[in-house]
Design a protein around this ligand. Structure first.
Ligand SMILES: Cc1cc2nc3c(=O)[nH]c(=O)nc-3n(C[C@H](O)[C@H](O)[C@H](O)COP(=O)(O)O)c2cc1C
Length: 430
């Protein structure tokens, strides 16, 4: 098409009534847009499809999100980015509580491509026209500020245009360009549809070349298969996200985040197929203060025994303060009951080392999972140096050996950049 001018128009369709379950959308849209022509693309906000299909339910929003979620992709505080059973990845699994009666939530259509096909058929029957249909929902994009509309359902439309193999203006072949025209149309229509006003439909005219005879693959074609998803695990960022944080805000720590972090800890490797990890979660200020005061007394006694002066002791013990400033303390504990007994010191020490390293792996998982949830942490040695005192103060069950303590909270400031480390200096290759 080079050298030719092309023009499209995007026109909002006002005048649709509030949509109720069972509404005949083809009729309502036909009435509101009597001038529909062959080759037009009818772009419809998914919310009215959901309303017509009875997908408005009276439910707790969080429960509804659970029900629509097959995989939580990312989470920060109360915000969940989740994959739905359609394979869509979007905030709150597409569950929406705006523009619906209080106490109700709107779920995405069961089968948005099916909805698009039905609407297309209905419009063809009424108008005798061959149009494309796009059903949209609003999504954020990773790495980009702001939301835009994307196609979650489509019929009679080429959703992707594959330019690979075509030549660019310099004659070089394009290698990776696949235009997501379904999403582009959805975004263009969003410019004229108004979320608060009653304009949930727009007509895009001038793209008849994208409108097909057959219903085609639908918007399902826009979903990237898991095997091709370079960011499925967010892998690179995850480990970098953990830094030792020693200054926290006073904001409380979400107990759900703590449970998720402990669940992550429980996936650590451990010897003999054992699960030697336990966690004391000190939610009450009283429990935290009692532990810290008891440990301070033990530490002070140790230092006095070493011959330090009171001033020197005061200076040293100030180092224990990250835990005092943390709104939550977790004491990871080792239960090494699965350790095999050996008659000799060498093998007993090796057996003990196995369990200790398994504990380190679990705590690292815990800290990383907390960081993924936006929480800072500081794992300090403290309880390791006074295990009996700590166990007594916490009332730990027999066999629970405290392995330091982890202060948890919202970081008061972003951590400094991590110094670069050259892996070459840390390894030997044989
Ligand atoms: C077993 C263990 C004990 C630690 N004890 C303390 C401690 O007593 N006080 C402290 O401020 N940090 C303590 N740390 C945290 C380290 O100082 C911290 O991991 C290190 O400075 C590297 O910084 P990063 O965690 O941000 O990568 C401890 C870490 C580990 C693994």
């Amino acid at each position: 098409m080079s050298g030719t001018m092309s023009q499209i128009t995007v026109t909002g369709v006002p005048g649709l009534p509030e949509i109720s379950p069972g509404a005949d959308l083809a009729r309502l849209i036909s009435d509101a847009a009597p001038g529909l022509r062959d080759g037009d693309i009818v772009v419809v906000t998914s919310k009215i499809i959901s309303k017509a299909e009875g997908r408005v339910i009276r439910a707790d929003r969080e429960r509804a999100i659970d029900g629509e979620t097959v995989r939580v992709v990312a989470r920060r505080g109360p915000t969940r980015i989740a994959e739905t059973r359609h394979g869509l990845v979007l905030a709150a699994a597409g569950v929406d509580s705006s523009n619906t009666a209080p106490g109700t939530v709107v779920l995405l259509p069961e089968d948005p491509d099916g909805s698009a096909r039905r609407l297309r058929k209905g419009l063809a029957e009424r108008h005798g026209v061959r149009v494309g249909v796009v059903i949209t929902d609003t999504m954020g994009r990773p790495w980009r500020i702001g939301q835009t509309d994307a196609a979650i359902g489509a019929a009679g439309l080429t959703p992707l245009r594959d330019h690979r193999g075509q030549a660019d203006t310099f004659g070089s072949p394009l290698e990776v360009t696949i235009a997501a025209v379904g999403d582009e149309i959805a975004a263009a229509a969003d410019l004229v549809k108004e979320k608060t006003a009653q304009v949930p439909v727009a007509i895009v005219r001038g793209l008849a070349r994208l409108v097909t005879e057959a219903d085609g693959p639908g918007a399902a074609a826009l979903i990237r298969p898991a095997a091709e998803d370079m960011f499925r695990l967010g892998a690179a960022d995850v480990l970098q996200a953990r830094r030792t944080v020693r200054e926290f805000t006073a904001d409380p720590v979400d107990s759900g985040a703590v449970r998720r972090a402990i669940a992550a800890a429980l996936t650590a490797p451990a010897p003999h197929h054992s699960q030697p990890w336990r966690f004391a979660v000190l939610e009450s200020p009283r429990a935290r203060t009692a532990l810290l005061d008891d440990m301070l007394a033990a530490w002070t006694a140790d230092l006095r025994g070493d011959g330090f002066t009171p001033e020197q002791i005061a200076r040293r013990t100030r180092r224990g303060e990250p835990l005092r400033r943390a709104p939550l303390i977790i004491v990871p504990c080792l239960v090494a009951e699965a350790a095999h007994p050996y008659p000799d010191q060498r093998r007993s020490a090796a057996e003990r080392a196995m369990f200790l390293v398994a504990m380190g792996a679990a705590v690292q998982n815990l800290l990383v999972a907390l960081a993924v949830d936006g929480l800072g942490s500081c794992w300090v040695s403290s309880t390791l140096f006074c295990p009996q005192v700590a166990a007594g103060s916490l009332g730990l069950p027999p066999g629970w050996e405290p392995m330091g303590a982890v202060g948890v909270g919202h970081p008061a400031a972003p951590p400094p950049p991590r110094p670069e480390r050259d892996p070459g200096s840390f390894l030997m290759t044989l």
